[in-house]
Ligand binder design. Sequence first.
Ligand code: NAP
Length: 519
Amino acid sequence: MQRLSSWIAGEWRDGAGDGSRLYNPTSEEVVALASTEGLNLGQAFDYARDLGGQALRKMTFAERGALLKAMAKAIHAEREALIDIGRINAGNTRGDAKFDIDGASGTLMYYAKLGAALGERRTLIDGDPIQIGGARLQGQHILSSKPGVAVHINAFNFPAWGLAEKAACAILAGMPVISKPATSTAYMTWAMVRALSAVDSLPDGVLSLVCGSAYDLLDHIEWPDVVAFTGGAETADRIRRHPRVLQTAAALNIEADSLNSTVLSPGAKDLTYDAFIRDVALEMTQKAGQKCTATRRILVPSDKVDEFVEDIAERLDRITVGDPGADGVHMGPLATATQLKSAQSGIHELMQDADLVYGSLDRGAIKGVADECGYFLSPLVLQARDSASAKSIHELEVFGPVSTILPYDGSVEMACELIQKGQGGLVASVYADERDFLAQSIDGLAPWSGRVVLTDAKIAEQAYAPGMALPHLLHGGPGRAGGGEELGGTRGMRFYQQRTAIQGNGPLINKFLQATDAD
Ligand code: NAP
């Protein structure tokens, strides 16, 4: 049985006892154990602050970028082994695991290139000098690395990308990282960090791993540490109210639940409509719908609902659910028994406001798996009885291959009003060929969304599905989605940087800033 140790103060350490069991969600066998019981997590903070932070702050952006590149390569070198771990501990098909692992190395590589482009400097100049009085009297904003530790707490659904997308921003910005993956799928993160720990150019203390429950992790927060969290809204609330987080006013970035929506306009051309069907099916079934950005609400003009149901059914009929290691399987199980139970009870709640129009509540045929074994749920499409008053559809995120159709009158106003009922989300997408519809949907959706994805016939064939978070663009969203921001190129680094206005003799300040960078 693999024991997942934690990487703390430069050593791999085991917690006491057996700790938590990690399962294979296909066979229900235990595949690993993880315990943090009794670990001195305070040492991880000291080590990260004393060694990791100091080392990173001495490095230029270009040097930090080179480090990220080496980290990306180390993950890529372990790709096949990691894919196998994704299968046995997260129920990932090969495609699901690649999405996570290649997303991790790709994001690190993107930030590596950004580091190279930022060059031989350690602070960033934020905007132009500002004249504040007489000729030489100026102010200049700068961004410097926060001299603390970045604590990253991640959700179960992206054990590889979750670590990398946060760590890439923090390390390039100059902050050392203590990463805590969700315990249930931590096997992949552990294997990935084992590979990263062998990277020669990784300075001591830049990356630490806590494998197992959070234990007293947050009790060690000091100012100016920061905490970035991804997970459910209830855990987010507990973290927001944690005494050390409150006492130290630690900066907090929260990525939580989201009821992402997609809209089909009345005038969408064939190419646009085909992309809509393609993307709805992908978002429902990739990682068995366990993506924070997966589509939960599908807005379709009322007079097109029957056609849509027929076409999405035809697509979903092609999805074989089963053992993710078996040939021809497109979708594996949910990651844990708890996730399955929670999805099943959520579906019953949604059905107070909606009817099932595709799929069956019975688990149906599961390829390559014995009866009743594994945490399987087949794709389900529901249809709201009354889109505006379907409270549960706008409030409850069922984290699985489940989406609900919301028929609407075809007006952009009603589409936006329905989406707004989700109270803030990560992503909303619109498939339309009417220019007015697309333009007005920006106004109606942008204040409520982290990302708005517009697809028309001209880009339909090349467009990414809306659930794909890209390192170039912001990831995060307002309201229910937690109010956080990650990625987005240099924007994702802001959370780890202090913005300061330097005020005085402008030309002299300018010289100082250039000299600091050249040191
Ligand atoms: P979760 O149960 O909230 O757990 C998230 C993380 O918090 C895990 O690492 C968990 O550790 C840790 N945690 C739990 N209690 C804690 C505490 N008291 N102090 C510190 N850390 C604590 O969420 P999940 O089940 O892993 O993920 C599912 C949810 O994540 C979904 O609701 C989904 O919407 C959301 N999600 C959001 C995004 C986004 O970007 N917005 C992305 C992915 C997922 P243990 O595992 O050890 O309990």
